[in-house]
Design a protein around this ligand. Structure first.
Ligand SMILES: Cc1cc2nc3c(=O)[nH]c(=O)nc-3n(C[C@H](O)[C@H](O)[C@H](O)COP(=O)(O)O)c2cc1C
Length: 222
């Protein structure tokens, strides 16, 4: 394009050599394949600016019509973390003892999980991601598009950003999650999407011995 059309800017793009691309692809795959969901945290604190950078990385995600329909609430207050733990455990106790069908409980056996969620108090930070379904502007409701897809992509980038700096997390979904809006005093257009404790792993942390699907199971080339 000879002239840059109004409302556009020139793309900034980094092109790598074939060899460098191959190397970077392998290195990134290696980094990401060592990611695991962690349920045993150390209470060791870390510089909150690292978390803020990870959130800003997550916030570079693509989104339907660029609405960026997410809000990341970083909780470091021990009192609020405790309040979240108590409320999450109340829901999870109900889930494990009454709401979940046997087939679901059977599927969860490999993970050794139950309604106790100690990590919600131990991890130095809990990040609660809210999705923003619409905005109230000038008295009218402006709906967002592809909200779940957009927020899901953003959280994926957040998890990758944490992995890149050696922090660990768990994608946690205590269901239903309405209590998070109440405790964190969120406006009515925000709904809790996921909750992620973030920190360093406990020195004796263990993870389930589970397998990832192989190349031929996850892709087809036609
Ligand atoms: C949307 C979503 C919700 C999840 N919810 C929970 C949860 O509530 N509690 C939990 O212990 N793990 C939860 N997990 C973690 C999964 O169990 C975990 O990602 C899966 O077993 C694969 O293990 P890995 O992350 O170590 O590769 C969730 C994962 C996703 C993607």
């Amino acid at each position: 394009m000879k002239n840059t059309p109004e409302g556009f800017i020139n793309l900034v793009h980094q092109r790598y050599s074939d060899e460098e691309s191959r190397l970077r692809a392998q290195q990134f795959y290696k980094l990401m394949s060592s990611r695991r969901s962690v349920r045993f945290f150390s209470d060791e604190k870390f510089d909150r600016r690292l978390l803020e950078l990870a959130v800003m990385t997550a916030s570079t995600a693509p989104s339907g019509a660029n609405k960026q329909p997410w809000k990341y609430v970083i909780v470091e207050s021990p009192e609020i973390k405790r309040e979240i733990k108590i409320a999450a455990e109340k829901e999870e106790k109900e889930n494990y003892e009454r709401r979940m069908p046997k087939s679901w409980l059977d599927d969860l056996k490999a993970f050794g999980t139950d309604w106790h969620k100690d990590f919600l108090e131990v991890a130095p930070y809990i990040v609660v991601v809210f999705k923003i379904d619409y905005l109230n502007e000038d008295g009218s409701m402006k709906k967002h598009y592809y909200v779940n897809e957009s927020v899901g992509i953003s959280v994926g980038m957040f998890i990758a950003a944490l992995q890149n700096i050696g922090l660990v997390t768990l994608t946690h979904t205590p269901s239903p999650m309405n209590f998070l809006s109440r405790i964190l005093k969120r406006p009515s257009n925000e709904r809790a999407f996921l909750l992620l404790p973030v920190g360093y792993p406990h020195p004796e942390a263990v993870v389930p011995d589970i397998e990832r699907k192989g190349r031929d199971e996850v892709m087809e080339i036609i």
